[in-house]
Write a protein of this length. Structure first.
Length: 284
């Protein structure tokens, strides 16, 4: 099985311009799952990117492991989150020796899984490393997200690099495509790299069906219409919470509803936002 390494060519640029978005998910995760986890429990950040969320989890006292298919992203993650453990591995085959109280995958990372069968492989792999009663929390871009946000182009221009991203979607194939052109100053000259990043969207019913087939029994989902995921730039994004059955808990007993209070979180993973707005987020 080949690991997903499409982000290797621009791990450094990703870290500078998009890495901080992961921490914007923390308030949502806090309300969806943290209050149900014991302090200091083991947590897996699946598709961890350059480690910003892993760093925050470590600061909060969780024993954090980050997993990503990109060697380049992991090398930067180790610097951003020195207290976390990291491994380069494919999400479809986690196969780690320990068990986790929660597995998290944020900012549409799993949209890079290009078939339902492979998405189910990810769910099975997560189920295998969760302890009984453990939580799996992830978000996905749904069809509306691609229709509303994956269009047009934007760029970042810095002294040592220029990154241009052109986004599009194909309704017939249920895919979104980012064509990235990257210029980096190396030595005495500029080096150009071109590569695509491709995602696929799935229907909510398909995702729920595959979660159940993987063994998850307690499922919840939240989109931008819910107070917990409020924010204009969450349009077309859905968060899922799935729980592995705890053998010590009677079946049918459910945890309290997570929709407790209003949380506003802004998002823009690969969205064509003005750079001045992006910088204002970084300073928040």
């Amino acid at each position: 099985m080949n690991r997903y390494d499409a982000y290797d060519p621009f791990a450094r640029v990703y870290d500078q311009h998009w890495g901080f978005f992961a921490t914007k998910a923390y308030p949502i995760l806090e309300h969806l799952v943290w209050e149900h986890l014991p302090p200091g429990c083991p947590v897996l950040d699946l598709c961890c990117g350059t480690g910003q969320l892993a760093a925050e989890l470590s600061r909060q006292g969780y024993r954090t492991t980050g997993l990503d298919g990109s060697q380049g992203m992991i090398e930067i993650a180790k610097k951003n989150a020195p207290d976390a453990d990291f491994v380069v591995r494919d999400a479809r085959n986690i196969a780690l020796p320990g068990r986790f109280s929660a597995v998290l995958s944020t900012f549409d990372s799993l949209n890079h899984v290009m078939s339902l069968d492979e998405l189910e492989q990810v769910f099975q792999s997560v189920f295998a490393v969760l302890e009984g009663g453990g939580y799996f929390v992830f978000d996905l871009n749904m069809e509306e997200g691609f229709r509303s946000r994956w269009r047009g182009s934007f760029e970042f221009i810095e002294e040592d690099h220029v990154c241009v991203v052109r986004s599009s979607h194909d309704a017939s194939e249920k895919t979104g495509r980012l064509d990235v052109t990257l210029f980096e100053m190396k030595g005495s000259g500029w080096v150009r790299t071109d590569f695509p990043l491709i995602q696929r969207w799935y229907e909510e019913r398909e995702i729920r069906e595959r979660l159940r087939r993987a063994g998850f029994e307690e499922l919840q989902s939240f989109d931008e219409s819910e107070p917990i995921v409020e924010g204009a730039l969450h349009e077309g994004r859905m968060f899922f919470v799935a729980r592995k059955h705890d053998a010590h808990q009677p079946r049918g007993e459910r945890r309290p509803d997570v929709l407790k209070e209003r949380v506003t979180v802004r998002d823009g993973f690969f969205d064509p936002l003005p750079e001045e707005e992006l910088k204002s987020w970084e300073s928040e």
